[in-house]
Design a protein around this ligand. Structure first.
Ligand code: AKG
Ligand code: FE2
Length: 348
């Protein structure tokens, strides 16, 4: 059993909290189950021109400084020259589209189990909201062969090979980004060295989340993915070249993260917020829907091993930790029950 399922198994969801909607049959008006109240309609800030989310060129000598600015000011940055080939990114997107274009009954063959963490289903945050999202997802941890074999019994290798290769490349990129992010925080790599600190050979926690936002007859009153922060250290997101991702910035409001050709988006998550002792915000973000384009995105979540003892790193004897020390699995478990209240529950 993968490390995430180990944590989620104590908090199983019921089948109706996992099963996606059949978006193919929808016409106006959108069903009441998916029509969000006016206070939640996805309106963008009139001050969005104030936004200047940094684009980091990993080959530039000032990459660490631009990363620090992005993380501190926005909790997000985009990255180019990241070493992942355009061809691989396009293959992942095309396999993702292939999966979500299947009829619902076929996708249901790979439905996530109530206590499980991988396979087809709605977003894990669904039970925390009274309305449903215009979204379906597919989660991969390690090999995707079991689920892909149920979707395409005679033809699943193409999908699996691409997802394996992408996860391999993402891990390399994530390790490089982690090292730059720690530099930008003046944290010596040794302070958060999973191998040394756990004394175990357990690797980082990683998951690949394929997201699909079918075309929607009324994007003004629907939400693709409701506002949330990501739980791990950071997320590397391919959002294809269709906009839809928005972040919330205090004093500005909701700001679109405009797609930059060839760039990947990096979102800071809760665990890095904790390690940075609050210096880097874990960014609140959401995805909005589109009337004419079926948008897909591919999110790679990266975090320490589940048994890693997490603590804020303080740089001087005058600074006090804002959060108590706890194991990653304890934090993920608190979050699976309390979502956005989790951080305040571990605040000192
Ligand atoms: O689709 C997007 O742009 C955002 C996806 C996301 O936030 C997630 O998978 O956690
Ligand atoms: Fe997210």
């Amino acid at each position: 059993m993968d490390a995430l399922s180990e944590v989620y198994k104590d908090h199983p969801l019921s089948l109706h909290e996992i099963t996606p909607f059949d978006f193919n049959s929808v016409q106006l008006p959108v069903p009441d189950s998916h029509a969000w109240p006016p206070s939640s309609h996805p309106v963008v800030s009139p001050n969005e021109q104030l936004s200047s989310i940094p684009v980091v060129d990993l080959r530039d000598h000032d990459a660490v400084e631009v990363i620090r600015r992005g993380c501190e000011t926005w909790g997000v940055f985009q990255v180019v020259n990241h070493g992942v080939t355009q061809q691989l990114v396009e293959e992942v997107e095309s396999q993702t589209r292939r999966l979500f274009s299947l009829p619902l009954r076929q996708k249901m063959a790979a439905l996530r189990t109530p206590g499980g963490s991988t396979g087809y289903g709605v977003a894990r945050i669904t039970p925390f909201f009274s309305k449903l999202m215009w979204h379906e997802g597919f989660t991969i941890i390690g090999s995707s062969a079991d689920h892909a074999g149920k979707l395409w019994p005679d033809d699943y290798l193409g999908f699996c090979n691409v997802m394996d290769e992408y996860q391999k490349r993402m891990k390399i990129l994530a390790e490089e980004l982690l090292s730059l992010i720690l530099k930008s925080l003046n944290i010596p790599q040794g302070r958060v060295n999973w191998g040394d600190l756990t004394g175990e050979a357990e690797g980082p926690t990683m998951a690949l989340q394929l997201n699909s936002y079918p075309t929607c007859p009324d994007p003004t009153q629907t939400i693709g993915l409701a506002p949330h922060t990501d739980s791990f250290l950071f997320t590397i997101l391919h959002q294809s070249d269709s906009d839809g991702l928005q972040i919330f910035k205090d004093g500005v409001g909701w700001v679109p993260v405009d797609p930059v050709p060839g760039a990947l988006v990096v979102n800071i998550g809760d665990l890095l917020h904790i390690i940075s002792n609050g210096q880097f915000p874990s960014v609140l973000h959401r995805a909005v829907t589109n009337r004419t384009m079926h948008r897909v995105s591919v999110a790679y979540f990266y975090g320490p091993p589940m048994d890693f003892q997490l603590s804020p790193v303080v740089n001087s004897s005058h600074e006090c930790p804002c959060y108590r020390s706890l194991k990653v699995k304890e934090y993920i478990s608190i979050r699976s029950k309390h979502l956005d209240r989790a951080l305040s529950m571990i605040r000192i």
